[in-house]
Design a protein around this ligand. Structure first.
Ligand SMILES: C[S@@+](CC[C@H](N)C(=O)[O-])C[C@H]1O[C@@H](n2cnc3c(N)ncnc32)[C@H](O)[C@@H]1O
Length: 257
């Protein structure tokens, strides 16, 4: 078996995410009890009826989306590298009364047993932790059942490198064409919790994968691209007003085996 060349990055990022664990508690129990869903309408439409289908969520953190899939009747496995996040996720699933298999695993070197999924899903700040997008896509493709779907629902890489200012102008705060980044080169793009607690001692290593790289990786893995939709969101560009609706904020990609 080939050694995982990203072990050091994973260790560094695990330490980083463990630091954030006390501040990331996921949705409150009442949210799920009242039938709340952390999947967007577009995600729901893209996956269709998931009842009885096998779903693998990558980088699940505190399990909000995994629990939503389980509430919709899916048979869910969800992985993350941060044990404390998984503990929070497991406790929430138990409280909600759904079964999800939460596993501590690096999405770059998943167990061979994790295969036969109808849907593999990653979302909202998940893909930025993939150190090699081509290897990642290749390592996932054969874990799908024939006809199974990879669904990526993410912050748009254009949004990742653009910051809006209160005066309605835009600043280029990152490089669309260079994936790797240490820490937060653009403090405006740091998660809210970092603004509250300050930058942790362990610097994370993350990546901005532009759309061309993502699509090329998916095709290179032998998957068939089914859809690539881009969406605006005014809240992602504060200060721009309605002009924000002319820029991409998120995207949703689906591909099939
Ligand atoms: C922003 S959160 C996840 C997003 C999730 N969709 C959500 O909204 O909660 C990022 C997660 O990625 C996890 N992560 C980072 N690198 C990973 C890796 N190599 N394999 C699996 N999970 C990873 C972190 O531990 C963290 O829980």
């Amino acid at each position: 078996m080939t050694a995982n060349p990203w072990v050091k990055i994973t260790a560094q990022n695990t330490e980083y995410w463990e630091t954030l664990a006390p501040y990331r508690l996921g949705e409150p129990i009442a949210f799920f009890r009242q039938g709340g869903s952390t999947l967007t309408d577009e995600e729901r439409a893209a996956v269709g009826d998931v009842a009885g289908r096998r779903v693998l969520q990558l980088a699940c953190s505190t399990g909000d989306e995994a629990i939503t899939f389980a509430q919709l009747g899916a048979d869910v496995t969800a992985v993350d590298i941060a044990p404390s996040h998984l503990t929070t996720a497991q406790a929430m699933a138990t409280e909600v009364g759904v079964r999800v298999e939460f596993l501590e695993q690096d999405m770059m070197s998943l167990d061979a047993s994790l295969t036969g999924f109808d849907i593999i899903y990653i979302s909202w700040g998940g893909i930025c932790w993939v150190p090699d997008i081509d290897s990642w896509a290749r390592s996932l493709a054969h874990r799908l059942t024939p006809g199974g779907m990879l669904m990526i629902s993410e912050h748009h890489p254009v949004w990742e490198v653009l910051t809006s200012r209160a005066d309605g102008t835009l600043r280029v705060g990152g490089d669309y064409f260079t994936a790797a980044r240490d820490g937060y080169p653009d403090p405006d793009k740091a998660p809210q919790v970092i603004c509250e607690i300050g930058i942790p001692a362990t610097t994370p290593r993350s990546y901005i994968w532009n759309l061309g790289r993502v699509v090329t990786a998916v095709l290179g893995a032998g998957l068939a691209l089914r859809s690539l939709r881009e969406f605006p969101d005014e809240q992602n560009y504060p200060g721009l007003g309605t002009s924000a609706m002319h820029l991409p904020a998120t995207y949703l990609l689906t591909a099939a085996r």
